[in-house]
Design a protein around this ligand. Structure first.
Ligand SMILES: Cc1cc2nc3c(=O)[nH]c(=O)nc-3n(C[C@H](O)[C@H](O)[C@H](O)COP(=O)(O)O)c2cc1C
Length: 76
């Protein structure tokens, strides 16, 4: 399992590159996964993504973890 670190947010393209370069069998995805409850669908369809809200990272409540919108109702 690989991840390129926290300097920039892992993108679909970066994850594919890591797999194709045989650097990893799987890629850990942090911020994009937190901000997009349907990230797999978004990456499969190359849909727009919600932007993460870093101010809510590592906070104790559900806000910033369970309130990002799904694709339904958004531009696809
Ligand atoms: C809010 C938050 C919580 C995280 N918690 C963990 C954790 O519990 N364990 C872990 O190994 N990495 C954790 N990470 C790091 C991610 O797994 C990942 O390595 C890092 O966010 C960089 O990848 P990204 O560009 O996909 O966000 C966390 C990251 C964020 C933003």
């Amino acid at each position: 399992m690989a991840n390129s670190g926290s300097v920039s947010i892992t993108t679909r393209e970066e994850a594919v590159e890591l797999i194709e370069a045989v650097h990893a069998d799987v890629v850990a995805v942090g911020r994009a996964a937190i901000a997009n409850p349907d990230l797999v669908e978004r990456w499969q369809g190359e849909h727009v993504e919600n932007a993460p809200r870093p101010a809510l990272f590592y906070t104790s409540g559900a806000e910033g973890y369970t309130d990002y919108p799904f694709l339904q109702g958004e531009q696809k």
